[in-house]
Design a protein around this ligand. Structure first.
Ligand SMILES: CC(C)(COP(=O)(O)OP(=O)(O)OC[C@H]1O[C@@H](n2cnc3c(N)ncnc32)[C@H](O)[C@@H]1OP(=O)(O)O)[C@@H](O)C(=O)NCCC(=O)NCCS
Length: 172
């Protein structure tokens, strides 16, 4: 990871005033691979979880380091996975900022934060198998592909995802 890439985006901890960003990432085109938009009630609950995440993970607003402009969101949270507790990550970049490598930069930055958190050894991402861009982000950020898995997400809807893992204890 070069210094230039590290500095292109800055992760700002999720705050009370960031609900607007959640509303934007809840648009149909942003949730195509995530089961579609959530209700206002679910979104409000998600916002509370994001604000209150602390020891069990962290959500961030992704900003351009140069201008401070908000380009998306990213974070990591705890998940039980194959008899272990791991970190899981997920991301979104607003349509007008997509295709510039910003999600990949943000994923690299979140790897660095999860590594510094020092709590769990592995950071996983589970993008839908059909989601070319998100799988490319995993590959580009240095995650290792472990195979495919089936998830019920949202409830009642089964999907095939890829299991990507970053070993935070590995030498960098
Ligand atoms: C997935 C998402 C975050 C990618 O954001 P982005 O900033 O455009 O991604 P990047 O510019 O870093 O591109 C990453 C890779 O994806 C590829 N890519 C981008 N858009 C693509 C598309 N529509 N189809 C195929 N590949 C695509 C890029 O070419 C790049 O590949 P490379 O590293 O091999 O060159 C963005 O599309 C998004 O927010 N989607 C909606 C939310 C979502 O689905 N989040 C993920 C949930 S798992």
């Amino acid at each position: 990871m070069s210094d230039a890439e590290v500095q292109r985006v800055k992760l700002v901890p999720w705050a009370e005033g960031d609900f607007w960003l959640l509303s934007r990432t809840n648009a149909p085109e942003m949730t195509e691979h995530l089961g579609g938009p959530e209700s206002e009630e679910k979104l409000a609950a998600r916002h509370r979880r994001y604000v209150e995440l602390r020891e069990r993970g962290r959500m961030y607003r992704v900003t351009l380091a140069s201008s401070g402009e908000t380009v998306g969101s990213i974070g990591f949270w705890e998940r039980q996975w194959r008899d272990d507790t791991v970190w899981e990550t997920g991301w979104g970049v607003l349509p007008e900022f997509q295709g510039r490598g910003l999600a990949t930069d943000a994923a690299r930055a979140v790897v660095a934060v999860a590594r510094s958190a020092g709590v769990h050894r592995c950071l996983h991402a589970f993008p839908g198998a059909e989601h070319a861009a998100s799988n490319a982000v995993c590959r580009g950020a240095g995650f290792a592909w472990l195979g495919t898995v089936r998830f019920e997400y949202p409830k009642g809807h089964w999907m095939t995802s890829n299991d990507w893992r970053f070993d935070l204890a590995a030498d960098v």
